[in-house]
Design a protein around this ligand. Structure first.
Ligand SMILES: Nc1nc2c(ncn2[C@@H]2O[C@H](COP(=O)(O)OP(=O)(O)O)[C@@H](O)[C@H]2O)c(=O)[nH]1
Ligand SMILES: [Mg+2]
Length: 256
């Protein structure tokens, strides 16, 4: 029996929008959520493997865009990580941008987060993107629907992405709901995100602050990704431009 190639999906968005919850539900894992998540979890990349309908999948829980002072660093961390996946010719089939339907307006975190998402994704890959709204259990149905409709059509909402063929989907805080969203994205043909092919996205600025060591989710990160995560840590820990090559000879376990 042939082994299917692993497909990758990255989940981005402001903190508290339900990224980790979504990943936990889909994968039956228990990465720390909300108040349980220590600072590291919101600032570093975590990956989780799962099998969905016999398809191996890796979900990438990206650092939040909006933690004070770290938005640029988060963007850079995600971009560097995804560029390395691209060099390894992995199949990235989707990007999810999370939004809380419970928020009655697009606050600063949402506006900035959405802008960062569009920058990372780019127009060409927008058909592989899904904007996923969460916390439907915390709003009255009519209120949620009215907000969703405004987000879909208003210029100050997600219209620009939806015009570019991004999907707008509801996540109902259940495993099946999360899996259904993943199933739809898994049908996509892999397309590189803009940040994977354009090194200007997430480029280093002078205000650079070294990133903390990556958290390897529950020890279930596959060997190849562990290497990537370690390289990422090396790369983002250097001052100035990331220097991937100089990190290639190092290894967290001596087995590079
Ligand atoms: N009631 C409800 N709580 C949710 C939902 N999604 C996430 N949460 C909770 O909201 C908090 C923030 O979610 P988390 O996944 O940590 O957000 P992240 O920062 O985007 O990873 C956690 O306490 C979650 O358990 C949802 O759809 N409904
Ligand atoms: Mg989280």
């Amino acid at each position: 029996m042939s082994v299917r190639r692993t497909k990758f999906i990255v989940v981005v968005g402001p903190s508290g929008t339900g990224k980790t919850r979504f990943i936990n539900l889909a994968s039956e894992q228990s990465l720390p959520e909300g108040n349980d998540s220590v600072e590291l979890c919101t600032r570093t990349i975590q990956t989780v493997e799962l099998m969905l309908d016999e398809q191996p999948v890796v979900l990438i829980d990206a650092p939040a865009f909006d933690a004070p002072g770290v938005r640029d660093r988060s963007k850079r961390t995600i971009a560097t990580f995804l560029r390395m996946l691209h060099k390894q010719e992995t199949d990235l089939v989707g990007i999810i941008y999370m939004h809380r339907i419970v928020d009655n307006r697009m606050g600063t975190a949402s506006v900035d987060g959405f802008r960062a998402f569009k920058e990372l994704c780019g127009d060409a890959a927008m058909p592989n993107a899904a904007i996923v709204t969460t916390m439907w259990d915390l709003v009255q149905a009519g209120v949620g629907e009215a907000r969703e409709s405004e987000l879909r059509t208003a210029d100050h909402g997600f219209r620009s992405a939806i015009d570019g063929e991004a999907k707008l989907r509801r996540h109902y805080n259940t495993a099946e709901s999360a899996k259904n969203i993943l199933r739809e994205l898994l049908r996509n043909t892999p397309k590189p995100l803009r940040c994977q092919v354009d090194s200007d996205v997430g480029s280093v600025r002078s205000s650079y602050v070294p990133a903390p060591a990556p958290k390897l989710g529950n020890g279930r990160v596959p060997g190849c990704l562990r290497k990537v995560l370690y390289l990422l840590y090396c790369a983002t820990s250097c001052d100035g431009r990331p220097n991937i090559e100089s990190c290639m000879i190092q290894s967290s376990d001596g087995k590079m």
